[in-house]
Ligand binder design. Structure first.
Ligand code: ADP
Ligand code: MG
Length: 328
């Protein structure tokens, strides 16, 4: 009887430790490196990797077989549920953000060489020509088809990783994974809490030394998207040109902001806002933050100030005291 009890206890321990095995899956998708760490079964990680790869296949602007490539070359096409959902949501957000986010930015992004890595500073005439095609109002959705007019071309690069982060929640639920930290290349999903029930600590990169962190956010069940000038850029004649473009001017953003991190439950919102608040610059971004309360943010300026939403103040820990926290 005692032996049986021991066997039962041993199997329960084995089972629970199996169920809570630490898994780590890495993959490359959406032009970036992704890493998924979680406690649970192996299959969940494979499904996450499949999900980001298939999203990439649908949304890529360079893969000739992608849905978005077809839309951009044909001007009108039926799309899958994911592409449609993401386009519709991005259009709503573009409107709400006063055009600081514009998913028709592609013709301008191409001019600067960010799509094929042939970086160059285009003459203003070329930028102005490309800008004529940029306007999210040139995108219309009818049933499951999308139509582009006036030469518009779509680039979902600013929101795709946030969408992947949103989709990951369903996969984890199906596999009963309640503790995970998923890195979609700068957009992080902190799912549940750590196995010991303490909150996840998500690092905010130091824009001046992006392999290090300037601070950490403690959180549970949140998505954190960061846009930084350091992510992708080129230098020319002593000037830095970053991959975030102001849709009004057609020029890479060069304002007082070094990075913007946005935290909420909604990955697409986080990703869209991190890009758009960057475009708006510090005063515009702070104004938007006070007028909207469905997210929190950490804005890091080039002169090393950190603006943090009130509700985040207790969960943010500064680890580099050359930065100064400004409480609004
Ligand atoms: P990252 O891809 O480094 O996480 P973002 O989420 O800020 O950075 O997205 C930047 C990408 O979005 C660019 O590479 C470009 O493809 C696209 N993009 C650049 N500027 C804008 C903009 N104002 N609105 C929408 N998309 C943009
Ligand atoms: Mg973004």
């Amino acid at each position: 009887m005692r032996k049986l009890l021991l066997i039962v206890i041993a199997s329960v321990i084995l089972l629970t430790s199996c169920a809570a095995d630490k898994q780590s899956v890495s993959t490359e998708a959406m032009d970036t490196f992704m890493k998924f760490e979680y406690y649970g079964d192996e299959k969940a990680g494979d499904e996450l990797a499949d999900m980001v790869k298939s999203l990439d296949k649908a949304l890529s602007v360079t893969d000739k077989n992608s849905e978005i490539f077809r839309l951009n070359s044909d001007g009108s096409t039926p799309l899958s549920k994911d592409s449609l959902r993401l386009i519709k949501r991005s259009l709503e957000l573009s409107e709400k953000l006063g055009g600081a986010l514009d998913i028709t930015i592609l013709p301008v992004v191409e001019k600067w060489g960010f799509i094929n890595q042939n970086y160059r500073v285009p003459p203003k005439s070329e930028i102005d020509e490309a800008l004529k095609k940029v306007n999210y109002n040139n995108v219309s959705v009818y049933n499951s088809s999308v139509t582009l007019k006036n030469g518009a071309k779509i680039d979902l690069g600013a929101v795709a990783k946030g969408y992947a982060a949103d989709k990951s929640k369903q996969i984890l639920r199906e596999h009963r994974v309640s503790s995970a930290i998923l890195n979609f290349g700068g957009t992080i999903a902190a799912v549940g809490s750590k196995p010991d029930n303490s909150p996840w600590r998500v690092g905010i990169a130091d824009p001046e030394n992006p392999s290090g962190y300037l601070g950490f956010i403690s959180c549970r069940d949140k998505i954190i998207a960061t846009s930084g000038g350091y992510e992708r850029y080129f230098d020319n004649d002593g000037r830095r040109y970053i991959h975030i473009i102001d849709p009004k001017s057609g020029y890479p953003v060069d304002n007082d902001i070094a990075s913007v991190s946005v935290i909420s439950d909604d990955g697409v919102l986080c990703d869209a806002l991190s890009t758009a608040l960057f475009v708006k610059g510090l005063s515009g971004a702070l104004r938007y933050c006070t007028e909207n309360d469905d997210f929190d943010c950490v804005i890091v300026t080039k002169d090393k100030k950190i603006y943090i939403s009130d509700s985040l103040a207790d969960s943010f820990t500064l680890s580099d005291d050359s930065y100064k926290i400004i409480k609004e």
